[in-house]
Design a binder for this molecule. Structure first.
Ligand code: BGC
Length: 585
């Protein structure tokens, strides 16, 4: 089936897909009365692995979960982390941020225009955030104080190439790769380049060293590449030129910083970018149910990633971290995407139809992109098969992941709606009370899902894994301590079960600009006082818990038993603003 074919159902179908990531909601979530903690049996016997070893074909036949007994949904089965493997030498313990979410002074971007268009809760502005462009030393101090040995941060395209003229100079450069990259580096803003150099230098000269991990693209584009006030069809990721533009930009980043950097994320959460930008309209360009557009953008993202991967390999030939890393012998670069993976369940585990719908949703959100960049099998129309004319074992795509970058935040339950083609179901709304503890964002807290997906993706793709994000919106810091203990224990348990996990980055180092959620959700290990002109960062109690876990390299049964149970959140942060149907043009 061709996804883009005219059909009265297709909007609904992709709407379902979009809603998978419909973080936040308009009503406060219902809360279970009782505080919840983790107790009970191990999950080692649970069947939760989708067999995508056929490269994604006929994924609808795979089974996500065996029906649970006594009508209890599988996410409520008792769970506690099993035996836990200690992290290997050189394990990367860090936290993550994104340029636009912390830096400020990026008023030349699609997101700054988005803010002016009134698309962010409370009309919050990124410029009023942690202002790390001038206060980055405070972020490094927070990393040091907590003993983190790695930091994932973004390098902003609009910072290095603030004007159309500077980018055109780079894009139009001639000669071989070395000549072009040299022209680009000369065209880039000296101040912009220096900003990241000083940050990276401060990280690397810390004792012990803080290993930099660079995200090349975390959603934000210069305004001359994507202006959400203009016709979306020629803008940003809709434009096939992004494939070469992003590869060129990644090459410049690798050439500029490669002698100090080995770890790269090319694109943060490509599918969230598609879902939020083209299907539910929360992010620029604000399109809703733009199905053909979404398909087009996925193709551009997949090929852009492959180009970025190649450009980083070509332009970073220096091993920056000679010793002490998690991989021996060390390489000049480790490159992947950071993929947003949710633990997807059938809404009713006893329903074969829900099971099929959940498996389809799982493929579209998770398998499709990984299969393209690991195996070279690209399901370009999203129908679950690699059909005639679709890339299969394609050398232009396969082998473009040195590790699997996984961002994990929680679960999604899918209910079958057979009338909806392609996806065949809809997610149960996020805010629904599923008997699980909630975050300030209304998301369910589910450490068992973390263990499941780490074991599953480790098995499926046989690549090392980096947890590139995992965190909780919790301004009271009431639930983060238990969240940290349980999720890190779940990760170490997954290691024990065979997942080759090389690092963990908590989201986030500091409170920051949470996209359309503005400054309501607080994800930071460190709080930021946004009312104080100095924007002081203060370690939350959970920051010290993270420090102690890093020091000891373990989570003990005693710690799990002692930490306070989850409480109902004291605030609720809607993840979206109400949209006019055709807003964003
Ligand atoms: C994104 C971050 C975001 C976090 C919390 C992730 O999907 O990569 O930019 O702040 O989730 O919502």
């Amino acid at each position: 089936m061709k996804l883009g074919s005219a059909s009265s159902f297709r909007g609904v179908a992709l709407g379902a897909w979009a809603a998978l990531f419909a973080f936040g909601c308009s009503n406060p979530p219902a809360q279970p009365d009782a505080a919840t903690d983790a107790s009970g049996s191990d999950i080692a016997n649970e069947s939760s692995v989708v067999d995508a070893s056929d490269g994604g074909s006929d994924v609808a036949d795979a089974t996500l979960d065996a029906p649970s007994d006594a009508g209890r949904p599988p996410w409520l089965e008792p769970w506690s982390p099993g035996p836990r493997a200690r992290p290997p030498a050189g394990f990367l313990w860090g936290s993550a941020t994104a340029g636009y979410q912390i830096e400020g002074q990026l008023s030349n971007t699609d997101w700054s225009i988005w803010e002016q268009m009134g698309r962010v809760t409370n009309n919050d502005r990124a410029d009023d955030g942690p202002q790390s462009y001038t206060r980055w030393m405070e972020d490094v101090r927070a990393l040091r104080e907590t003993g983190q040995n790695s930091y994932r941060f973004g390098v902003e395209w609009a910072r290095l190439f603030p004007t159309r003229a500077s980018w055109e100079q780079c894009r139009n450069a001639t000669g071989d790769n070395a000549a072009k990259i040299a022209t680009c580096r000369a065209a880039a803003s000296a101040e912009g380049k220096q900003y990241y150099h000083q940050l990276i230098d401060a990280l690397r000269s810390s004792t012990p060293r803080i290993v930099p991990m660079v995200t090349v693209h975390h959603w934000v584009m210069p305004d001359y590449i994507a202006d959400p006030r203009m016709d979306f069809r020629s803008q940003g990721w809709m434009n096939a030129r992004m494939r070469t533009d992003m590869a060129l930009y990644a090459g410049v980043v690798a050439a500029e910083y490669g002698d100090k950097v080995d770890w790269y994320v090319t694109i943060n959460e490509p599918l969230v970018l598609v879902l939020a930008g083209y299907l539910d309209g929360r992010f620029p360009p604000g399109r809703q149910l733009e199905i053909d557009g979404a398909i087009n953008v996925i193709g551009n993202l997949v090929y852009a990633h492959a180009g970025m991967y190649d450009a980083i390999k070509a332009n970073d030939r220096t091993v920056a971290e000679m010793t002490g890393g998690p991989i021996t012998p060390a390489q000049a670069s480790y490159v992947s995407i950071a993929h947003h993976i949710r633990r997807i369940y059938p809404a009713n585990a006893a329903s074969a139809a829900d099971m099929r719908a959940a498996t389809r949703a799982d493929w579209l959100n998770h398998g499709l992109f990984f299969d393209a960049i690991v195996r070279g099998n690209f399901d370009a129309n999203g129908d679950g098969t690699i059909g005639a004319g679709e890339p299969s074992n394609d050398p232009a795509l396969r082998g473009r992941a040195d590790y699997l970058g996984i961002n994990y935040y929680g679960m999604t339950a899918i209910r079958s709606i057979p009338a909806i083609p392609v996806v065949g179901g809809l997610p149960v709304p996020e805010e629904q009370d599923r008997g699980l503890p909630k975050t300030d964002f209304g998301w369910d807290i589910l450490p068992r899902g973390f263990e499941d997906i780490l074991v599953r993706f480790g098995n499926e793709y046989r690549l090392p894994i980096l947890v590139t994000e995992n965190g909780i919106a919790d301004s009271a810091d009431a639930n983060r301590p238990r969240f940290l203990y349980e999720h890190i224990a779940a990760m170490l348990s997954a290691r024990q079960r065979g997942a080759n996990i090389l690092g963990y980055y908590h989201w986030s180092t500091i409170d920051n600009f949470e996209w359309v959620g503005g400054y309501c959700p607080h994800f930071g290990l460190y709080s930021v006082d946004f009312n104080n002109p100095m924007r002081p960062r203060t370690g939350r109690p959970s920051a010290m818990i993270y420090r102690d876990i890093i020091r000891s390299g373990e989570v003990t049964d005693a710690q799990l038993a002692m930490v306070a149970p989850y409480r109902n959140p004291t605030r609720f942060c809607p993840g979206t603003v109400t949209l006019a149907p055709d807003a964003g043009r």
